[in-house]
Design a protein around this ligand. Structure first.
Ligand SMILES: Cc1ncc(COP(=O)(O)O)c(C=O)c1O
Length: 332
């Protein structure tokens, strides 16, 4: 299977906003958009998106994983960007339609169908820097994805960045392209200079998250992670792992913590990144101020393995869905 993000199905769902209303959802062929060079999103980044997955169980049934959470998050992103967005019920329907349209192309677990709902401001007006776009396109692109860990699960080398910010105040919880643009320079620099895989942003020493995943530390019977205070994305995987951790008897602490505390505790504990694409990935080494600090013995720890396996078993359909996270696909 092609690299994540490069292979798409041939059909997507769209809806267009203009003259104050949304058109009916439509299944259309995936094809290039024709955008005028003055299009709002190209200049003023009027854009937000989501990323979630649909899974095929071994009995053939298909379900979406926690679509309600992604719909709420997209609504919050759009509100912060003053972008028009279809009603939650239409968003929900669009996800089911997008999966239904390509149902035969959903790979068996551990593969899945990745859904990328996206909103773009498409009014042609470069004078509208301080005004929301009056025209918006909504679409749900889908991509069959293979086993993210086909090459084995290798603990990551993560640079701890205590100066630069990943996002800006008010936008940390918003899933918009601008945040990724802001973080990219730091990530590329850490890769080039240190051979790091990711950057953990901790501006002013406040440990937040990486460029595209939430972060957690586990030591003894405690799981520690930053609270949802608006500086980090409210990850759906984060929430799922915290729930499973509580179920498993771990004490989940959501509070601010510093780089100093992190690096002091890491050698005795476990650290992990969470997100839809990779589920849970262990951190093996932190890179900070010229030092390499090993997390535990540098390998994936037992809590990380256990929580990851539990979440995967729910996503694949193998384990009972006690929290109601699997949403069966509605008939088209
Ligand atoms: C900045 C950022 N944080 C966290 C996450 C993880 O969120 P989720 O678990 O909902 O995929 C993502 C990925 O979507 C992200 O881009």
């Amino acid at each position: 299977m092609a690299a994540f993000g490069t292979e798409f199905t041939a059909q997507m769902v769209t809806s267009h906003y203009q003259n104050g209303q949304w058109s009916a959802l439509d299944v259309v062929p995936v094809a290039p958009f024709s955008l005028h060079p003055a299009t709002h999103v190209l200049h003023y980044a009027s854009e937000c998106f989501e990323g979630l997955k649909a899974y095929r169980r071994s009995n053939g049934d298909v379900h979406l994983f926690r679509p309600d959470r992604h719909i709420v998050r997209m609504g919050n992103s759009a509100a912060q960007l003053l972008l028009e967005i279809p009603e939650p019920a239409a968003l929900e329907q669009s996800l089911h339609m997008a999966v239904q349209a390509v149902i035969d192309e959903i790979p068996a677990y551990p593969g899945s169908l990745y859904l990328r709902p996206t909103l773009l401001g498409v009014e042609q007006d470069i004078g509208a820097a301080a005004r929301p776009s009056q025209k918006v396109i909504y679409y749900v692109l889908t991509s069959p994805v293979g086993d993210y860990f086909a090459g084995g699960l290798k603990p990551l080398r993560v640079k701890v960045e205590d100066q630069a910010m990943r996002s800006t105040p008010g936008f940390g919880a918003v899933k918009t392209g601008g945040n990724y643009a802001a973080a990219m320079r730091q990530v590329v620099r850490a890769q080039q200079e240190l051979g790091a895989d990711q950057v953990l942003f901790a501006p002013g020493g406040d440990v937040q998250e990486t460029g595209a995943a939430n972060f957690m530390l586990i030591e003894g019977d405690e799981l520690l992670t930053k609270p949802l205070d608006g500086t980090i994305l409210p990850g759906v995987t984060r929430d799922s792992i915290l729930t499973l951790a509580t179920d498993a008897g771990l004490k989940v602490t959501e509070r601010d913590f510093t780089v100093e505390e992190l690096l002091d505790r890491a050698p005795r504990g476990e650290a992990a990144l969470t997100g839809t694409a990779a589920v849970l990935t262990p951190v093996g080494t932190f890179l900070y101020n010229g030092q390499e600090i090993s997390v535990g013995d540098g390998q994936m720890g037992s809590w990380s393995s256990r929580l990851r396996e539990q979440l995967c078993a729910i996503q694949s359909g193998e384990a009972p869905d006690v929290h109601g996270w699997r949403v069966p696909l509605k008939a088209g």
